[in-house]
Design a binder for this molecule. Structure first.
Ligand SMILES: [Zn+2]
Length: 396
């Protein structure tokens, strides 16, 4: 019972290791690109210099100047590589620490051991930090990571860049997000992202809102027409705005003028940014809780009269809301639960029927009777019975 199923828990930890590994790879790719580009250029330059000096079309002074220019370029390359090396060192260290953290878990075998309690506490802290970062509580998250010495187990700085872009979108500026799209162009293409188109649409809308039609048309020609093959319908709608005032009640133009589109852009940016960095689309806290809730969810959880007081899914305000879209758990054997006590009814706690037909557990009814001079009040109907009137129920 207390044995740990390592595979089940580790299946949730995939992004935990994938994030630093991918950052490491991307940093390596950047260094490689710098090196390849510079080496190709320098080889051409050196060949040209040697050719010209043999032909005599370059005097020694010119050769010296050309070689000095090469040395300057090489120094710049060295500086760039130093920066990417610092990133590589950080992410390789992070990958190592995270693997050690998971390794530590695989060596724990029981749920009630102190080692598991300690490991779970660290896991809970990193899950809470992830939740706080997504909700904008960056400083609190950083403080918790520092106090618990788990900076290498969380990705605070990766959220910092996203926060800057989000804040700019909140100020209704697309510039920072467009720059981010440019920097991540090839990966966004792989994702088939339409974020850049949405941003271009929004900049066009703002020009029309400010009644600057000439500039809006020039903008559309430059930035919207490249998307006409795939987004012609959207482009025609947005161009239609030129004929409508911002206070129009006519759809879809009313929706296009709606300032709430800025929130949609933030949501679209977040989902793209999370996907590029291998973050889960939902906070880890939700994912972890949902994994547990789906094991408990039954058909009865959302039927008011069948709610079990001990079932977290049965509370529609809190965890029940989180479990709405989850599948039901697969119960091979049904268990009957007492509505009064939330305890399972079985041979040790028999189901007992009252004369009105409602069934409760033996333990709950006898406890109630002992506190009320042998009387039982049915919680559903309010009818009062004597304890002697209850009868055993046999389930076939
Ligand atoms: Zn339930």
């Amino acid at each position: 019972m207390n044995k740990i199923n390592h595979d089940q828990l580790l299946s949730l930890e995939h992004p935990f290791v994938k994030i630093p590994v991918e950052k490491f790879r991307s940093s390596l790719r950047t260094s490689q690109k710098h090196i390849e580009k510079e080496i190709a250029m320098l080889t051409d330059k050196v060949t040209e210099i040697s050719k010209k000096s043999v032909q005599g079309s370059m005097d020694p002074k010119q050769v010296e100047a050309a070689l000095e220019a090469i040395v300057t370029r090489l120094s710049t390359l060295k500086r760039k590589l130093k920066d990417t090396r610092a990133d590589e060192a950080l992410y390789s260290q992070r990958t190592k620490v995270r693997l050690q953290h998971l390794q530590e878990f695989t060596s724990i075998s029981t749920l009630d051991s102190d080692d598991f309690a300690r490991w779970s506490r660290t896991r809970l802290n990193r899950i809470v930090i992830d939740y706080m970062l997504r909700d904008g509580f960056r400083e609190t998250a950083a403080l918790l990571a520092k106090n618990e010495h788990i900076e290498d187990l969380v990705d605070i700085e990766l959220f910092t860049q996203s926060t800057k872009v989000e804040q700019a979108l909140m100020r209704q500026s697309c510039t920072e997000c467009l720059q981010w799209c440019k920097e991540n162009n090839s990966n966004l293409k792989k994702l088939k992202s339409t974020l850049e188109f949405s941003l271009r649409e929004q900049e066009f809308i703002e020009l029309v809102r400010e009644r600057r039609p000439q500039e809006a048309i020039a903008y559309a020609k430059k930035y919207l027409t490249p998307w006409q093959e795939t987004h012609m319908k959207e482009i025609s709608h947005v161009m239609g705005l030129l004929a409508f005032q911002p206070d129009t009640k006519c759809f879809p133009y009313k929706r296009l003028y709606d300032k709430a589109r800025w929130n949609d852009l933030i949501a679209q940016f977040r989902s793209n940014s999370f996907a590029l960095q291998f973050f889960t689309p939902e906070p880890l806290l939700n994912v972890t809780l949902q994994a547990g809730l789906t094991a408990l969810k039954t058909m009865m959880c959302y039927q008011h009269e069948h709610r079990n007081i001990n079932c977290p899914v049965c509370d529609p305000e809190t965890l029940g809301a989180l479990a709405v879209d989850l599948p039901m758990s697969q119960h091979l054997n049904s268990s009957i639960v007492c509505r009064l006590s939330g305890q399972i009814m079985n041979e040790d706690n028999l189901p007992m029927a009252l004369p009105n037909g409602y069934v409760y557990s033996y333990n709950a009814l006898t406890e109630m009777a002992s506190l009320n001079n042998g009387k039982i009040t049915c919680p559903r109907t309010g009818a009062v019975f004597d304890i002697s009137q209850m009868k055993k129920v046999f389930i076939s």
